[in-house]
Design a protein around this ligand. Structure first.
Ligand code: NAP
Length: 311
């Protein structure tokens, strides 16, 4: 039987994804139609971006699963009409690898103090001994697909890494903590703190006045997770007092970051425009096709969203 796969995302995404999706669906050997316009009652799977026109899933009476194109699901997880299995994107070759590179790059920038040599208008010959990674504890909030991969990469470079998640974990080479006390322990020791939590009601303002005060003085913050994980005003105060030496921020409460937001002008903030990592169509298409293959074979879907937890 032919299965019908609806692509529900902005038109520019269709241009990027149509060929990779056809290649990946051809490779799993099923009979399918793929398109952007189908009668709702004929659709078996929706490849989905939460900002697409599809917001009411009620007419999709034959739907077997919704397969998200992105890792973040906060804009769809609360949709009461989305009742079928809902999978988020895990794209090891593309999204995960991209995040590892971005996080590692920004961690090394701060660890090595690269700015002092890149911006050196007085041409000062300031030859200090290079820092040692083993002396710079790194904390990672969020030990999911991305946090774990980043932690492993940084461990491989010699950094002592402590991570924090909702559940208890064991990850080789890293110290893993959970719970409120665990969060406080991670914060107290993290000279570089990386945020890779999802946005949920529980994670909002994880970094606030109280938690920022626990960091070692002069800590660096790197946030490729989500903007609302940080209380902006509390971060600005911590930057002004020197409690936080620098914040590299990729995600914001409002995106694009408004022109008059103080982050743009702050000398100790680096703003990057939500580019830390992007799903890459060929590998993401293979991940989507694998979930469709599983659905058709009666196997469990991969990477299902836990609606109660919100991610
Ligand atoms: P994931 O696999 O779902 O991992 C989320 C991690 O956060 C898990 O370790 C989870 O704990 C932990 N967590 C969730 N709620 C928590 C809480 N209340 N307290 C403590 N820990 C909590 O997600 P992912 O694929 O790694 O992605 C993480 C986030 O990165 C995404 O949600 C998205 O916001 C962001 N992202 C950003 C970009 C970018 O370009 N800037 C790109 C992709 C993704 P458990 O392990 O115990 O469940």
């Amino acid at each position: 039987m032919t299965i019908n796969v609806l692509f529900a995302a902005h038109a520019n995404r269709w241009a990027q994804y149509e060929t990779p999706l056809r290649t990946a669906l051809d490779a799993i050997g099923i009979d399918y139609t793929l398109g952007t316009d189908m009668a709702p009652e004929t659709v078996d799977y929706i490849v989905y971006a939460p900002n697409s026109d599809v917001q009411d899933f009620t007419p999709y009476t034959r739907l077997k699963a919704v397969l998200n194109l992105w890792a973040g699901v906060e804009d769809a997880v609360g949709n009461p009409t989305l009742t079928v299995p809902f999978a988020r994107m895990v794209d090891d070759e593309g999204l995960t690898q991209g995040m590892v590179e971005w996080v590692t790059g920004h961690t090394l920038r701060h660890h090595l103090g690269m700015d002092a040599h890149i911006v050196n208008p007085d041409h000062t010959w300031n030859a200090k001994a290079p820092p040692v990674s083993a002396d710079r504890p790194v904390g990672i909030l969020g030990l999911g697909e991305l946090g774990t991969a980043c932690g492993q990469a940084l461990t491989g470079l010699g950094f002592p890494v402590t991570g924090w998640a909702r559940s208890e974990k064991t990850i080789e080479g890293m110290t893993c903590l959970s719970g409120k006390d665990g969060l406080h322990d991670v914060l107290r020791q993290s000279q570089i703190l990386i945020l890779l939590l999802p946005r949920t009601p529980e994670t909002e303002n994880t970094l606030n006045r109280e938690s920022l005060a626990l960091l070692p003085e002069g800590a660096f913050i790197i946030n490729p997770g989500r903007g609302p994980l940080i209380d902006d005003d509390a971060l600005l105060e911590a930057l002004d007092s020197g409690q936080v030496a620098h914040a590299t921020l990729d995600v914001f409460r409002v995106e694009p970051l408004p022109k008059d937001h103080p982050f743009w002008a702050h000398p100790n903030v680096t703003v990057t425009p939500h580019i830390a990592s992007e799903t890459r169509p060929p590998s993401a298409a293979r991940a989507i096709a694998e979930n469709i293959r599983r659905g058709e074979a009666g196997e469990p879907f991969l990477y299902l969203v836990d609606r109660d937890a919100g991610y």
